[in-house]
Design a protein around this ligand. Structure first.
Ligand code: PMP
Length: 307
């Protein structure tokens, strides 16, 4: 579908995307006062079905972000779910999509400390799964910018304004010729990427920073931890990671709903492993694809059929 023809849900109405407007004076427009989720749905040709991946977990995190921001949201989980279903069906998507579901502070009389009125938009867009073997791998730079922390702007809340920190790191890295950035936290330990979580492999064990290391509590991260343990019998360790471990690890990758699993081939000019897609990363990506398309029945409760 032509992205300009798609419909989005705004304030209870389903509208052509170009007609969905908000006021420039709203606190979301002026201060990034919004919380959101990026939710993926994958089309299965075999089952002629579109599956939302870990929908309830996304709604749970959205409620947590709303609570942390003290937004006076009128939306129940059932409201979130109904809008999500309605707008996907209104577009009749039968392909992989990504859905941005954003709860924001609206109105023209408010400012950065307003807690209401709270509004929502739900915007699906076509976005296809990319097999990891089609990706060239990322060259990352450790950012000179520190990741925001729980003591200033918590990365645990998925708030629009948090992404200014991501922006600084990403644009610095790409300006310097890298593909993306990796953040260290205020303790100097590895945190995450600008919009994704980090894993590395050392001696056949998988390591990832703990949820207290200035990261978003990523749903993909949780998926990987579980399947690595349950299907690959890998030891998965959640612990602080030093910068120099990145320079000597065997494999590394970033993960998230948007980027799925993407391998890292270089950090600060140090080649990761042999500079190619590693075996464990490749296996995890393969399993991830099987799970999101319903091929591994033990994880089918992570899938919500839309039609
Ligand atoms: N960290 C940040 C900062 C992100 O924006 C995202 C993407 N939502 C992630 C991690 C990955 O989270 P998830 O796996 O839930 O998409």
């Amino acid at each position: 579908m032509d992205n300009n023809q798609r419909k989005i849900w705004l304030g209870g109405n389903i509208l052509p995307v170009n007609d969905a407007k908000i006021n420039v004076l709203s606190p979301t427009s002026q201060f990034g006062l919004n919380v959101f989720e990026g939710i993926r749905c994958y089309w299965s040709d075999k089952k002629q079905q579109l599956y939302a991946f870990r929908l309830d977990d996304h709604f749970k995190r959205l409620h947590q972000s709303i609570k942390l921001m003290r937004m006076e949201s009128p939306y129940s989980t059932e409201d979130l779910r109904k809008g999500f279903f309605d707008v996907i069906k209104a577009n009749n998507y039968k392909e992989d999509i990504a859905v941005r579901q954003t709860v924001f502070v609206d109105g023209i009389g408010g400012t950065w400390n307003s807690t209401e009125p709270v509004n929502m938009f739900i915007a699906p867009i076509s976005k296809h799964f990319t097999p990891i073997t089609d990706k060239k791998g990322l060259r990352c730079q450790i950012s000179s910018w520190e990741r925001i922390s729980d003591r200033n702007l918590s990365p645990r809340a998925k708030v629009g304004a948090n992404y200014i920190n991501s922006r600084m790191a990403y644009l610095e890295a790409t300006h310097n010729g890298y593909d993306t950035a990796l953040f260290l936290n205020n303790q100097g330990k590895v945190a995450e990427g600008p919009g994704s979580c980090f894993f590395m492999v050392r001696d056949n064990k998988l390591y990832t920073p703990p949820v207290s290391a200035s990261i978003l509590e990523s749903i993909t991260r949780d998926t990987i931890i579980r399947v690595a343990r349950e299907l690959l019998s890998l030891e998965v360790v959640e612990r602080d990671i030093d910068r120099t471990e990145l320079y000597i690890c065997d494999e590394a990758f970033l993960c998230g709903s948007a980027m799925e699993i993407t391998h890292i081939i270089d950090v600060d000019g140090y080649t990761v492993g042999d500079g190619k897609l590693g075996q464990i990363t490749n296996k995890l990506s393969d399993i991830y694809y099987q799970i999101i398309t319903g091929e591994i029945s033990q994880y089918n409760d992570w899938l919500t059929p839309i039609y």
